[in-house]
Design a protein around this ligand. Structure first.
Ligand code: TMP
Length: 427
């Protein structure tokens, strides 16, 4: 018996309103219509475009036709990608795959467009067959579902589920003779899905996982870190990267070092306190390692075990660079101090925002309040930079080194592209 899951795309795997709304706004502006308000835009999701332009924006037949073409001008280039994979969907698809399920997609969105969306988000590797309308042929949901199933399927023998967010998906499943799950996080209501006769209703992606794969182990998540000298623009890049990672449907958890959990945050306050001038370099290194030991066990490992992408603002590399290089304790000594803290838990990729220490100093000079580390002298930061360079030379595979002297947007694009490639490779 084969287990098959056929998914709808918009509203089930991806949340697509942003691109659709921007397309409608674009068409309205270009054709001299007033910008539609939020309530009007919401109505555009679901029905055919021509119908919506006529019904909700008062266009005549010919104008609605022009508006649809104008919309496509925007949508096929930009709107397509102004889309988000629902949080947890990657984990659901990975779990199904891991459990040996066949995965297909049956969508009302043109097949070519859908293939581009699915490939853009790196979901194509999970999907064995994607079926949508091709050319002028506009098949109904029943036909699409049957086409998306594997050769020779038999609903009386196989365990087949259609998963969708609207009544059309459920009606299609009934027509095709297969079972259905109505999902409540998309564009349809629970009432709509139950009335249509779904076999099972799931309010969240987690509910779908629990229902289809009860007791299955969560696929492993990923541990990422980001490093750089003070003033390298880490804060901005973390914000940009967070947005992209989440948009791709990875479940992100952000954390930082020193800190990240109550005990480690207390240690952070002690370490960075400007009044602790007398702190010995060895004390400092041990405190960083102590805060890390707690953080690894309480935060990092559990998150990765639960399938999350854990992004840590600084990790052991900071100790090697700052305490080993900056404070001149030596690379090996700092690695030794940290061995029991890290205990084999290392990031699968580390973004290094590459700015030289002079640039970083100049940027920091503009900041208002400096902590104890930032108050250390110029040569300290030169040695820290050298520490990072040594680490990168030792472990070039792990580091993603990016020139961080460019604009935040340029840096962000490169960071996003390279980090996503690593994450998808590891899935
Ligand atoms: P932050 O400003 O990026 O939060 O980092 C706090 C300071 O602590 C920064 O100057 C780098 C320093 N640091 C170390 O010296 N060793 C370490 O192990 C870590 C994690 C940070």
């Amino acid at each position: 018996m084969r287990k098959c899951a056929i998914f709808d795309l918009d509203g089930t795997l991806t949340q697509s309103e942003e691109g659709i709304w921007n397309g409608v706004r674009y068409a309205a502006e270009k054709l001299g219509f007033p910008e539609p308000d939020a309530a009007t835009l919401r109505k555009f999701i679901g029905p055919p475009l021509g119908f919506s332009f006529r019904e909700y924006m008062g266009m005549d037949e010919a104008m609605a036709e022009t508006a649809t073409m104008t919309y496509r001008e925007y949508y096929n280039v930009h709107g397509l990608f102004e889309n988000r994979v629902y949080p947890g969907i990657r984990r659901l698809l990975r779990t199904l795959k891991q459990e040996g399920w066949y995965i297909g997609i049956a969508t009302g969105k043109p097949q070519k467009t859908s293939e581009r969306v699915v490939a853009h988000f790196g979901l194509d590797k999970f999907v064995e067959k994607l079926c949508g309308p091709v050319g002028d042929h506009r098949p109904g949901k029943i036909e699409l579902i049957c086409d998306a199933l594997p050769e020779g399927w038999d609903a009386s023998i196989d365990d087949i589920w259609m998963i969708g967010d609207r009544k059309f998906d459920i009606e299609g499943a009934i027509g095709a003779g297969v079972k259905s799950i109505g999902v409540g996080y998309g564009y349809g209501s629970e009432e709509e899905l139950r009335q249509a006769g779904c076999t099972q209703y799931c309010a969240t992606v987690q509910d779908v996982i629990d229902f289809l794969c009860p007791g299955a182990a969560a696929p492993k998540g990923a541990f990422l870190s980001i490093e750089g000298l003070d003033g390298s623009g880490k804060g901005t890049q973390i914000r940009l990267l967070t947005d992209v990672i989440e948009r791709f449907g990875f479940e992100l958890q952000l954390t930082r070092e020193p800190g990240g959990c109550p005990i480690s945050e207390k240690l952070r306050d002690i370490i960075l306190d400007k009044n602790h001038e007398e702190m010995d370099d060895v004390t400092e290194a041990l405190l960083y390692a102590a805060s890390r030991a707690q953080h690894v066990r309480q935060v990092i490992r559990p998150a990765v075990e639960a399938g999350k992408v854990l992004l840590c603002d600084r990790f052991v590399d900071s100790s090697v660079a700052y305490q080993g290089g900056g404070r001149q304790l030596g690379v090996q000594r700092v690695l030794d101090i940290n061995a029991p803290a890290v205990d084999g838990t290392m990031p699968m990729a580390t973004v290094y925002l590459d700015v030289d220490h002079e640039t970083s100093m100049a940027r920091r000079a503009a900041a208002t309040e400096l902590d104890r580390m930032e108050l250390a002298g110029d040569s300290f930061h030169a040695r820290t930079e050298a520490g990072y360079r040594e680490l990168i030379a030792r472990d070039p595979e792990r580091f993603i080194v990016v020139d961080a002297t460019r604009t935040p947007e340029e840096i962000g694009r490169e960071v996003a592209q390279r980090v996503l490639a690593r994450l998808m490779e590891a899935e």
